[in-house]
Write a protein that binds this ligand. Structure first.
Ligand code: SF4
Length: 662
């Protein structure tokens, strides 16, 4: 059974869902057939039988012209539904435009739109509708515009939150790295993935619109005679309520039943499909996958104290050159800086690993290099250059093309690396059609060739499959294949094997190594796993609290590390002598909160060599024979390596201590 079918069965499988679906179907059928079946009865004037009460002939009585009220209520279903539908279309369309604006406009203008939407959401809907009704004038058109526009802020807020959620997905990041424009990303990758919750919420909105029309018509601001909807009939019936209460009760009941039916159906579908309804969604923002968030930060980060002593390499073969990179986010109590002055370079064909615990700033460094830091984050650097192009400025179309074909990104979670609504082949082909000027056919041929090169069997057939039809390892290889659609000079892989099982991890690492060797592609591999980095990379950068604390050749990692933190990371890796029955080793203490970086060396609270100088002065990153290190006691023997092997309560200790284990 297909997934959609299963979910619909879940919706109508509950008594509530089934009743709501049946009622909505009945209302829609009535809207189609009502005027045909009861049109004549609804307009037949009988002056001998005016304002009559309920009888066998007229179940809800007659109005002041002797017309059958029940027939008029049934006929009014069509106009009532059309008006509600039109208002919902206006609300959703305006909401989509306003809600997508922050994604398209960037930080400053986006914030203005968001603030305006927030102010509008704070107004009660009916008040807004009354305001617009006065602006657009009395009548059906004015009422539709008024109710539609008064519903727009709520849909704008919903759209904004949904867009922000999808925009944080890896496949959107991949499209942005590939240089795809924001408008195209919106239409191709974002909107298809928020359509489902929008349609569900529009269904709920239809129920609300029906009630709003009744309210406006009851105030005499809605549909005007001789046209009539349920609201107009309610208005007319209210005038004769003491003579014939059924004249008001019949249209009132119609509004109530139809409104409830749409609301309940929307809620049931939302539950069955697992989509959020208005007010349930929460925004998310990217602060670097795998890294600690900054949102709860209470204090500004300590000012940058590191002094990078070596000069930036200027050799022609430098692919990536990063100097004094800082990434700052606004926090509740002031700016928070999770990356505090990182400098490194990567040469053509070189593999550089960046290791560190969660919150060390390694993933955020990768995002800054790939221009993927959230709009509310600020990226600063004295130099941030890729193939000689400055990444700090807005790229020209030519630079965007260059970035799209030369820089590839592989993300941590293969589940979110691809747009679930599009076939794998189309997503791979996007780079080639956008930047290489290829036709669709040529781009698909290249996609097949690239999938083949990353060892995906039967690539001709696989390009037509959707991401959910691929295994995790295949998706990750396809992601690498997507990076190869251009002619990459650098692949940035952010924890590419964390979500995979051990056998598949090795396949992906082997593939990255093979691509690097074959095409002289540089690799920046972000990982918390020193073993993985030591195996694949030439050089390792160790990060702690947003800074590089040591740089050394990967071959020296196990035997010649000089920084106490690097040595603790290496010592925490299980080896052949490790007791498999004992809990996994961890580094005692917690990593530093980016919002509360202490003065002096950030590692001092966990370091067995720490002394008064360490706690007072931050050690600069000094050049050494093989690399760089930031420590006042680099290379000194450790009196006691602070590796703990928790025995009594492993769960608690693992939470409190550190070094993530895959
Ligand atoms: S500077 Fe001091 S506290 Fe920091 S790592 Fe070196 S010895 Fe430890």
């Amino acid at each position: 059974m297909r997934d959609g079918e299963r979910r619909w069965r879940r919706v109508v499988g509950t008594p509530l869902g089934l009743s709501a679906a049946a009622l909505v179907l009945a209302v829609l059928t009535l809207a189609v057939l009502g005027p045909v079946l009861w049109g004549d009865a609804a307009t037949a004037v009988d002056t001998d039988d005016i304002l009559a009460g309920p009888s066998a002939e007229h179940w809800a009585g007659t109005d002041n012209l002797g017309r059958d009220i029940l027939a008029r209520v049934l006929v009014a279903t069509r106009l009532s539904m059309l008006l509600a539908l039109a208002a919902v279309v206006i609300a959703v369309t305006a909401g989509l435009v306003l809600g997508s604006a922050p994604f398209l406009l960037g930080r400053r203008s986006g914030r203005l739109v968001s603030a305006a939407v927030n102010v509008a959401v704070a107004f009660p809907g009916l008040l807004l509708a009354l305001f617009f009704a006065v602006v657009f004038g009395v009548g059906a058109t004015g009422a539709v515009l008024a109710i539609g526009l008064s519903g727009a802020p709520v849909f704008a807020r919903l759209t904004q939150t949904l867009v922000a959620g999808v925009a944080a997905r890896d496949y959107v990041s991949a499209a942005r790295v590939a240089g795809v424009g924001r408008l195209r990303v919106l239409f191709r990758h974002v909107l298809p993935n928020i359509a489902e919750p929008l349609v569900v919420n529009a269904t709920i909105g239809a129920g609300g619109a029906l009630l709003s029309f009744a309210g406006l018509s009851f105030l005499g601001l809605g549909v005007q005679s001789p046209s009539y909807d349920w609201g107009r009939l309610l208005y007319d019936g209210a005038g004769a309520v003491y003579v014939n209460p059924a004249a008001a009760l019949a249209p009132g009941a119609a509004v109530l039943v139809a409104g409830l039916a749409f609301n309940l159906l929307g809620e049931s579908v939302a539950k069955g499909f697992g989509v959020p309804v208005l007010g349930e969604v929460r925004g998310r923002r990217r602060t670097g996958s795998g890294d600690a968030t900054h949102q709860d930060a209470a204090h500004e980060a300590a000012p940058e104290t590191a002094r990078v002593t070596d000069e930036a390499p200027t050799a022609e073969d430098v692919v990536l050159d990063v100097r004094d990179l800082r990434v700052t986010f606004p926090g509740p109590s002031g700016p928070v800086r999770p990356v505090r002055g990182v400098s490194f370079s990567v040469r053509r064909g070189e593999a550089v690993g960046i290791v560190g615990e969660s919150g060390s700033g390694k993933s955020l460094t990768a995002l800054a290099v790939s221009r993927l830091v959230d709009d509310d984050g600020t990226v600063e650097a004295s130099r941030l250059a890729f193939l000689g192009h400055d990444l700090r400025t807005t790229p020209t179309p030519a630079e965007r093309r260059m970035l799209g074909t030369n820089l590839a990104m592989v993300f941590q979670d293969p589940m979110t690396s691809f747009n679930p609504t599009q076939r794998i082949g189309h997503q791979l082909a996007e780079v080639a059609t956008t930047h290489l000027g290829m036709s669709r056919r040529e781009a698909m041929d290249r996609a097949v060739e690239r999938l083949d090169s990353v060892r995906i069997d039967d690539a001709v057939e696989r390009v037509r499959r959707y991401p959910h039809e691929f295994s995790g390892g295949m998706r990750q290889r396809a992601m690498i294949g997507m990076g190869l659609m251009g002619t990459p000079a650098l692949i940035v892989a952010d924890e590419p094997t964390t979500a995979l099982d051990v056998t598949v991890q090795q396949q992906v690492l082997d593939l990255l190594a093979a691509i690097r060797a074959a095409d002289d592609v540089a690799l920046v591999l972000i990982s918390h796993d020193v073993t993985v980095v030591g195996e694949v990379c030439d050089r390792v950068l160790v990060m702690y609290a947003g800074r590089i604390v040591e740089e050394l050749p990967a071959a020296d990692l196990a035997t010649a590390a000089r920084h106490p933190y690097t040595r603790a990371l290496v010592a925490a890796v299980p080896d052949m002598a490790t007791d498999l029955e004992a809990p996994l080793a961890t580094i005692a203490g917690r990593p530093v909160d980016p919002a509360e970086v202490p003065p002096g060396c950030a590692y001092a609270a966990r370091c067995p060599l720490a002394d008064a100088r360490c706690r007072a002065q931050d050690p600069p990153l000094e050049s050494t024979a093989g690399g760089r290190v930031a420590c006042w006691h680099a290379g000194e023997p450790l009196p006691l390596l602070e590796i703990s092997r928790p025995a009594e309560d492993p769960a608690e200790d693992l939470a409190e201590n550190l070094v993530e284990t895959p």
